[in-house]
Design a protein around this ligand. Sequence first.
Ligand SMILES: [Zn+2]
Length: 129
Amino acid sequence: MDKEAGGILVGRILVEGNNIIIDDISEPMPTDKRKRNSFSRGPDGHQEYMNESFQREKGCCFYLGEWHTHPEKVPNPSSIDRKDWERLLKVGFESGCLFFIIVGIDDLKVWYGQVEKLVIVELERWVRK
Ligand SMILES: [Zn+2]
């Protein structure tokens, strides 16, 4: 019966190897619109979270995207999610890319969006053998 939750992703881009590390995520804030089957993140609190991270890391961190939960075993983005992700990519962020994470009941999935080409692809899980 839980309502959906969400927040922003904050992290680093390592120049060497072009690896990206998501270090922090913000948690739901009081002004987010949370329902059983939808989540709409408000700016309040999340922006402050980003600003605090930026100050603490002395500017060495980026806004890297969004996460939210779904009440389904294996998460699939809704048409609203996709529109929202496209809207964010069009804003154009310094990182050049954004990540979109949906946490389902049994599984978590990650989508990668490229700012320049406005392309969004689901990332495959890399399993160590
Ligand atoms: Zn969703």
